[in-house]
Every structure is written in structure tokens, then in C-alpha cells.
Design a protein around this ligand. Structure first.
Ligand code: ADP
Ligand code: MG
Length: 370
């Protein structure tokens, strides 16, 4: 019994997906790592009834919610939605105060949203001694986004935030929701650079929904449950059966991307970083030419990275801007940053921001006794 606990803290990171883009809703594979940037939720028992108080240090504001009703898209919904999902699953979460502090950049494609959901789930699990399983923690976190806010995102972000281990990437099978830890320990002469392209990713509802619909329509034509069921060997025959040119491009991306995720896993297990790099760049070309989700800022960042000696580079995230990752010789990092800044200036793009990261640990909970 942990009734002594009067305050619990959940800390959970943002993530970056190394490879496997738009494969999630096709029941395929993704390969994220957790970042060294985290959201932190301090949870303590509140006052009367079921009132939920939520504050954000970054926004400098707070809300007091007497009732939790799904539907409204507001910043606090990512947190309130977890409380709602826990109550909906039958867990008695009464009045609660939740204070958020996060250094995951908002809306930068690094999943600040999952970080705050998972931090909330971890804090509440600890505070109320719920003993949730890793999958239950992930599913209540995802429910906040899908069911409370009504945003149709896939299963990756929350599982990455919760399940990643340091020096490992997480191979997640989006059909079975099973995961495997894949070694991702960069040698010191290699660096994983993250480029904020300063073109905020829009989960451009229209584009996203259209691509999802194309994939579903193509899967129906091919008579499979999801495009994950088409193997790379079956691809030529599958493409020959599609009459719609757009379906051909979309299917080619998804099927080759799933194969690239598995090839990346094999390359990491063989410690073959050159092969990993080539797969990253091939993934970018596929997103640019077949899935048509890149924009000039991200294409330029990839181009400059490769010209600067990167083993490989690609846009990560849903598309239309956001973050580019580059696997670079550490000694080229400075020259790359300079070349990229100059190239962006020449094109009249906003100055990009280059940081580096490594594979960090997933979320944890702590209890504070007062
Ligand atoms: P991403 O998850 O890629 O960062 P999303 O659009 O999915 O982008 O989630 C960003 C949203 O999450 C913000 O618009 C805001 O509503 C919420 N959010 C994230 N971090 C914070 C924070 N520190 N304070 C308040 N809201 C936050
Ligand atoms: Mg998000």
C-alpha cells in the first residue's frame, strides 16, 4: 500500500523515428529512439470531488476542469485525456492536480504530445498505485489523443516514449504492438544530428487523410488486410495489378519502407552504419518521390547533409516540414551546420537549428513522500 505517496512524478521523453514513415497505419514497422528531452508531470491529490487542475510551465497558464468531456482540442486535453481514459477504464482517479514542465519542443515533430500523455499516465499510475502494464500505460496515453482529442494518430509515439531503452532503438510492429530492442550505440566518430527545419510540421489533416485513404483503397484492390501484408518480393506483381498511378506510388513507398525498416534493424545488428545511412537516404527519396510528403526545406537539408559527408539523412515525422535527421561523421558536424545555414539563407528560408541526440531511456515514475 502506497497511501504515503502524496505526490508522484512522471517523466517521459520525446522521440524521433529513425525510419518507417507512414507505415504505422498500414500495420507495418517503425524504429524510433527516445530523446534527451522530456516532459515532467507532478501529480498530487486535489480537493473536492473529481476536479482536475492542470498547469503548464511553458504556457504559464492553468485550467480547472469540473467535468471531462471528450471533443475539445486544447493543450490540456493531452493531459486531461489520460485522466479521462483511466476513469473510462474503471480506475478511480478522483480530484487531482497535475503540473506540467517540459523541454520537448512543441509541435516540432518530436512528439511533445506523447511525452506529456505518457508522463501523466506514469505519474497517475504511481500516485494511485494502479500497477498498469506497459501496454496499458501506452494505450491510455494514446486514448487521450485518439479518443479524447479526436486526433487519429498511430501507436508509435506513446510506445516510443514509454518503452525505449538507452542505447537502443525500438522496433515496433504496429499490427501486434509488440516491440524489440535494437542496439543503437553510436560510435564516437558518428553523430546523429537533428535539424529543426523551421517549417512547422502540419499534421496537414487533408494530406494525411488522403494518403491513408489511398493505402486502404489499394489494400482493398490487392485483397489484403493492410499494405504490410505485401512483401517486397510480391511488390512488382502487386503494382502491376493497380490501375491508379497514385496508388502505385503510395504502395511502393509503404512496401519498400517496411523492408527498409527491417534492413535497418539488420544493419544495426551487424554494426554496419554505412548501410544504415544508405537506408535513411533511400527512405527520404521514397517519401519525396512516391509518398510526396516532403517540402523544399527538408529536401534541401537532406541534400546538404549528404553533400557534407553524411552517411545518410531523411525527414522524420508525418511530413510537410518538421525535423530532418542526419547520420554524420562527428568531425563534419560544424561544417554541415555552416553549409546548411548558408544554403537556407540563399533560399530565403528561416535559419535552421541543428542539435544532436543519442538513444535515451523511456519514461519513469517516482513517488515523493512528504
Ligand atoms: P508534437 O507532438 O510533434 O510536438 P503535436 O501537435 O502532436 O506536436 O502536439 C503539440 C501540442 O501538445 C501543443 O500544441 C500543445 O497543445 C501540447 N503541448 C505539448 N507540450 C506542451 C507544454 N509544455 N505545455 C502545454 N501544452 C503542450
Ligand atoms: Mg504529437
Amino acid at each position: 500500500m502506497t497511501s504515503m505517496t502524496s505526490e508522484a512524478v512522471g517523466v517521459s521523453p520525446g522521440r524521433v523515428n529513425l525510419i518507417g514513415e507512414h507505415t504505422d497505419y498500414n500495420d507495418g514497422y517503425v524504429l524510433p529512439i527516445a530523446l534527451d528531452k522530456t516532459a515532467r508531470i507532478s501529480a498530487s491529490r486535489g480537493g473536492e470531488g473529481d476536479v482536475v487542475t492542470i498547469s503548464s510551465a511553458q504556457l504559464g497558464t492553468s485550467v480547472v476542469l469540473d467535468v471531462l468531456e471528450p471533443g475539445e482540442r486544447a493543450w490540456w486535453g493531452y493531459i486531461a485525456g489520460v485522466v479521462w481514459a483511466l476513469r473510462d477504464a474503471g480506475h478511480p482517479i478522483g480530484a487531482i492536480d497535475l503540473a506540467l514542465d517540459s523541454d520537448v519542443p512543441l509541435g516540432g515533430g518530436l512528439s511533445s504530445s506523447a511525452a506529456i500523455e505518457c508522463a501523466t499516465a506514469l505519474a497517475l499510475d504511481q500516485l494511485a498505485s494502479l500497477d498498469l502494464t506497459p501496454e496499458q500505460l501506452a494505450s491510455v496515453s494514446q486514448a487521450a489523443e485518439n479518443r479524447f482529442l479526436g486526433i487519429p494518430t498511430g501507436p508509435m509515439d506513446q510506445r516510443a516514449s514509454l518503452w525505449c531503452e538507452a542505447e537502443h532503438a525500438l522496433l515496433l510492429d504496429c499490427r501486434t504492438l509488440t516491440a524489440r530492442q535494437i542496439p543503437f550505440a553510436l560510435p564516437t566518430d558518428l553523430t546523429l544530428a537533428l535539424v529543426d527545419t523551421r517549417s512547422p510540421h502540419v499534421l496537414a489533416d487533408g494530406h494525411y487523410a488522403r494518403r491513408r485513404a489511398s493505402c486502404e483503397a489499394a489494400a482493398a484492390v490487392l485483397g489484403v488486410t493492410a499494405l504490410r501484408d505485401v512483401t517486397i518480393d510480391e511488390l512488382p506483381a502487386a503494382l502491376a495489378r493497380l490501375s491508379d498511378e497514385e496508388h502505385v506510388r503510395r504502395v511502393r513507398h509503404v512496401v519498400t519502407e517496411n523492408a527498409r525498416v527491417l534492413a535497418t534493424v539488420a544493419a544495426l545488428e551487424a554494426n554496419d552504419w554505412a548501410a544504415v545511412g544508405e537506408l535513411l537516404t533511400a527512405s527520404h527519396a521514397s517519401m519525396r518521390d512516391d509518398y510526396e510528403i516532403t517540402v523544399p526545406t527538408v529536401d534541401l537539408a537532406v541534400e546538404v547533409a549528404v553533400a557534407s559527408g553524411a552517411l545518410g539523412a531523411r525527414m522524420t515525422g508525418g511530413g510537410f516540414g518538421g525535423t530532418v535527421i542526419a547520420l554524420l561523421p562527428t568531425r563534419e558536424l560544424q561544417a554541415f551546420t555552416t553549409a546548411l545555414t548558408q544554403a537556407y539563407a540563399r533560399h530565403g528560408f528561416d535559419t535552421p537549428q541543428v542539435t544532436t541526440t543519442r538513444a535515451c531511456a523511456g519514461g519513469i515514475a517516482l513517488s515523493l513522500r512528504r
